[in-house]
Design a protein around this ligand. Structure first.
Ligand code: ARG
Length: 377
């Protein structure tokens, strides 16, 4: 079952950008085409393609990637993501080429299909769906949600938030546009899709597109009573994919979760679900002094619970020790291929037990490379 809620109100909460007058940067296009041909020798000599791209940019202010260029560009954007520890499998990214889709309903349907294909059955597959690019004549569509699956953050009268405070603004926007949901702690927000032209569309995600795992602990039975859960597929939808000067403003992509993202951030951060005090109390820890290390103790049990629950549910998830080792394998491979592997230490080091993982004990190249995923301006 799929529900459309077409907004009747003028769309005032988000700026609708004017038509872009800028043509794309031909040098960036050329650099990408050369890179594509260097790394894919079977594509042959680039000179014909370079002439074609230069001609299209002169005529239309933009050009169109071939399917092979798009696939390569999306994979390299992942390879260049300096904040991502999980890049070892960058070549396996499945690219869903949906560049012909620009209408809001089409984007909604394909996002739902993306979630089903990328992990509906518990086996999570790194996947990206690429929608229409920006052109000088028309902007591509956008998803206003930061991720395809986001839990609502309901602000209450006393200033508290029920649910995920990170999404409080998005929740308010959804309400302004006609959403009537809540007020639970884990209400999945509708997609808010802003097409290049026209009114935004709200789309409730059907249940079978949103696989979730209830969090239980292998030893503590009471853990289930906390009522915690998280979704299986982290699908980032709030970033543009930039390849060879072209911007794809709507290109949701996902990998699988590393347990600590949920156990040491989403459910633990004081400005998110803030569960450490609750867990510490159930564990009977002394929370009157920092020196009892109650936070640390509770954090470990929460992370044990997250990893255990996903495993028991048959849902793909990795742990931060394994992923740290894989990342160093990735670095070594990139080096061997003669490439720079950009990495941001503050994002790569896991938010729990940093010093016990090998990624902690070194520095990284901080260059910014393209193709890339970038935040919307
Ligand atoms: N940290 C984000 C979250 O907890 C997801 C970022 C992407 N993570 C990933 N494993 N691909 O939702």
């Amino acid at each position: 079952m799929r529900t459309w809620i077409r907004s009747l109100r003028p769309f005032d909460a988000v700026t609708v950008h004017p038509i872009i007058e800028r043509t794309i940067d031909l040098r960036e296009a050329e650099r990408f085409i050369r890179q594509f041909h260097t790394e894919n020798p079977e594509a042959g000599d680039p000179s014909g393609r370079l002439r074609q791209v230069a001609r299209d940019v002169a005529r239309y202010g933009t050009y169109t990637h071939t399917a092979a260029e798009l696939e390569f560009g999306a994979r390299v954007a992942w390879r260049n993501s300096s904040r991502c520890i999980g890049r070892l499998y960058w070549r396996s990214l499945k690219v869903r080429d949906r560049r012909q889709v620009s209408g809001a309903e089409g984007v909604a349907l394909e996002c739902v299909e993306h979630l089903r294909e990328a992990g509906g059955d518990g086996k999570v597959r790194p996947t990206i769906t690429v929608f229409a690019q920006d052109t000088p004549a028309r902007r591509g569509p956008r998803v206003l949600n930061e991720q395809l699956i986001r839990y609502a953050g309901h602000r209450t009268a006393d200033g508290a938030t029920v649910g995920d405070p990170r999404n409080a603004e998005l929740t308010e926007l959804a309400r302004t546009l006609g959403w009537r949901g809540g007020p639970g702690r884990f209400d999945v927000l509708p997609l808010i899709i802003q097409p290049g032209f026209g009114a935004p569309l709200l789309c409730n995600l059907p249940g079978d597109a949103v696989l979730e795992v209830a969090i239980t602990h292998p030893e503590y039975r009471w853990f289930a009573d906390l009522g915690l859960r998280w979704h299986a597929v982290p699908a980032i939808s709030g970033m543009c994919l930039e390849i060879g000067g072209i911007c794809y403003p709507c290109a949701p992509f996902n990998g699988w979760y590393m347990g600590a993202e949920i156990g040491a951030r989403n459910l633990a951060d004081a400005d998110r679900y803030d569960q450490l005090p609750v867990i510490a109390e159930r564990l009977g820890l002394d929370t009157s002094t920092e020196r009892s290390l109650w936070r640390d103790h509770a954090l470990v049990e929460l992370n044990v619970a997250v990893l255990h629950s996903f495993e028991a549910a048959g849902v793909t998830m990795t742990d931060h020790h394994t992923e740290s080792r894989r990342f160093l394998t990735h670095l070594a491979r990139e080096e061997k291929a003669g490439r720079v592997c950009p990495a941001d230490w503050s994002w790569i080091v896991p938010p729990i037990s940093g010093g016990t993982t090998p990624v902690f004990h070194r520095y990284y190249d901080e260059r910014e490379l393209t193709p890339a995923f970038v935040h919307h301006r």
